[in-house]
Design a protein around this ligand. Structure first.
Ligand code: 13P
Ligand code: SF4
Length: 376
């Protein structure tokens, strides 16, 4: 965290770094060999974290793989000097915030963002808070809860306003914690995770309203705000929003004994029609621990589903992707062997490239909201 903030260090880093350009023409096999060599040279100075949605060419190099919660914990527990995060931007930010000050968090390709996280920014959330304050005392009556898929400054906002971070694994526990403190929750950026979790906890749909960040007062009346238990930000994941009820119906017709499992970023309708709903880690565990010869329809990202299909074929499990369209997370896909080789070889040469460094004041407040979550 400290290194990249020092302009002198930045200058040195920029001056000595190995250029990315020549890596673009390397094939995956050459990159593979170079990644293995660089990893060996760095030894336990580096740890590579791989989210479940990473492509196989990257995933196989990960020291640890997992969902957002598991990887946050790995980042916090890591002893390595360099945390190379094969995931998206907000994940590398979390690693920077909760790691020790002398550790460095790196995202191999800086353009690997999360489209859903980008649907809420600090200015919009601050405006929403001001507008909610005109109807009720927001700091007294609303807990702001941000999904981990969000920018660090939104986590900081939650830290400053008595709020908290959640992941798809712990959303229900986090909402319990939030409602113990205040009567309402402002949940951002993913409306689906908020709605699916709230409904599971017994909150009726009419008590969950959608805050349209493009409209004054979120497009809601004072009455609607006063009567709401959850105010859901109008964000969504375009990958998970592709899954449709008719895809579930088609599968059920073909495999009446089959099972449907979805990520809670999928729509309410799809989650209601699913036999199981949970995080990427939950999906993997549920299908892996199921009886052999079972059929599964899976509503989450394509790389993960393909990997499950391949690993579980020996148990005669059929693992199908929910949508007829191929929808992988295009930003996760930006992390490729070329960028990973480039980052690692730079580290071998003593150059830090693509460091993710959250400003200290933002990190301090964000850490409060993350620690609240990690303690639950
Ligand atoms: P998980 O926490 O289940 O890994 O989900 C993260 C994510 O980005 C899903 O789209
Ligand atoms: Fe973001 Fe959706 Fe990709 Fe997950 S799958 S990282 S929510 S864009």
């Amino acid at each position: 965290m400290q290194n990249a903030e020092n302009p002198e260090v930045q200058k040195i880093m920029a001056a000595t770094a190995i250029d990315l350009q020549p890596y673009a023409s390397l094939n995956d096999e050459d990159c593979d060999k170079r990644i293995v060599r660089a990893k060996q040279a760095l030894g336990d100075r580096v740890v590579i974290l791989g989210h479940h949605y990473q492509r196989d060419e990257i995933f196989k190099h990960a020291d640890f793989s997992g969902d957002s919660l598991k990887l946050s914990r790995q980042a916090a527990d890591s002893k390595a000097e360099y945390i190379v995060f094969c995931g998206v931007h907000f994940m590398a930010e979390v690693a920077d915030i909760i790691s020790r000050p002398e550790q460095v968090s790196i995202l191999p390709d800086l353009s690997a963002g999360c489209a859903m996280a980008d649907m809420a920014d600090l200015e919009q959330v601050q405006r929403a808070w001001r507008e909610l304050n005109s109807v009720l005392d927001a700091d007294e009556s609303i807990t702001p809860v941000t999904y981990i898929n969000s920018a660090a400054n939104l986590k900081a906002f939650c830290g400053e306003h008595g709020g908290i971070v959640c992941t798809s694994t712990n959303a229900q526990n986090i909402l319990d914690w939030s409602f113990e403190r205040r009567e309402k929750v402002l949940f951002f950026p993913d409306q689906h995770l908020g709605r699916n979790t709230g409904y599971k906890m017994g909150i009726p749909l009419e008590e969950m309203v959608v805050w349209d960040y493009d409209m004054p007062m979120g497009g809601l009346s004072k009455e609607q705000i006063k009567n709401a238990k959850m105010i859901l930000w109008k964000g969504f994941c375009s990958v998970h929003q592709m899954f449709k009820p008719e895809q579930v119906e088609n599968f059920r017709r073909e495999y009446p004994d089959g099972f449907v499992i979805s990520h809670p970023e999928a729509s309410f309708e799809v989650c209601q029609m699913s036999d199981f709903v949970g995080s990427t880690e939950y999906i993997i565990n549920t299908i892996s621990n199921a009886e052999p010869d079972t059929q599964w329809l899976v509503g989450t990202e394509l790389n993960l589903v393909n990997r499950l299909h391949q690993t579980l074929a020996s148990e005669n499990k059929t693992v199908q992707f929910m949508s007829p369209m191929l929808c992988m997370c295009s930003t996760m896909f930006r992390i490729d062997p070329q960028h990973l080789a480039w980052v690692l070889e730079n580290l071998v040469e003593g150059n830090v490239v693509n460091q993710i460094s959250v400003p200290v004041n933002v990190a301090n407040h964000a850490r409060v909201a993350l620690q609240r979550m990690l303690e639950i």
